[in-house]
Design a protein around this ligand. Structure first.
Ligand code: CA2
Length: 147
């Protein structure tokens, strides 16, 4: 069965608890539940993870090779800084969808730069928690077209 990894980066464990005007009131646990329902409807396996550590994100990306068919990544602020994450994604040769809750292009200039975009098949941003469902749909469509 197709397996998709959804990986969340720094501070996303705080979702729903602070800055609701920017990131909404939905918690990461709520988002995981939504994603599991969506994955079941799409008949795909789902792994869902979050870490605040850049090194742990890289280790999880490395481990995805051979274990998952695609990666949906909300790398948080590492999106804008981490060449190491970009290199890890390149090394595993899996399709990547970059995901953000907020529209990073409508925010501060430093958020307009993304190292993840350079190696992603596509980007979803600005749709809040619904973006996770959109990303799952998009990844399944991408994998079906690539098969
Ligand atoms: O919009 C997104 O999903 C971001 O990846 C979120 C990151 C931000 O640095 C990116 O530019 C865009 C920040 C995640 C912080 O999440 C919080 C959630 C609740 C309270 C505080 C932080």
């Amino acid at each position: 069965m197709t397996s998709i990894l959804i990986l969340n980066g720094p501070n996303l464990n705080l979702l729903g608890t602070r800055q609701p005007q920017v990131y909404g009131t939905t918690t990461l646990a709520d988002i995981e539940t939504m994603c599991r329902v969506r994955a079941k409807a799409l008949s795909v396996d789902l792994a869902f993870d979050q870490t605040n550590s850049e090194g742990a994100l890289i280790d999880t990306i490395h481990a995805a090779r051979g274990a998952h068919d695609g990666i949906i990544l909300n790398a948080g602020a590492y999106t804008h800084t981490s060449i190491a994450l970009m290199d890890a994604l390149t090394s595993v040769e899996l399709p990547v969808i970059e995901l953000h809750l907020s529209n990073i292009h409508a925010r501060e200039t430093f958020r307009h730069q993304s190292y993840i975009s350079k190696v992603a098949v596509g980007v979803i941003c600005g749709f809040g928690a619904q973006g996770y469902e959109l990303a799952l749909d998009a990844m399944v469509g991408h994998l079906e077209r690539a098969a």
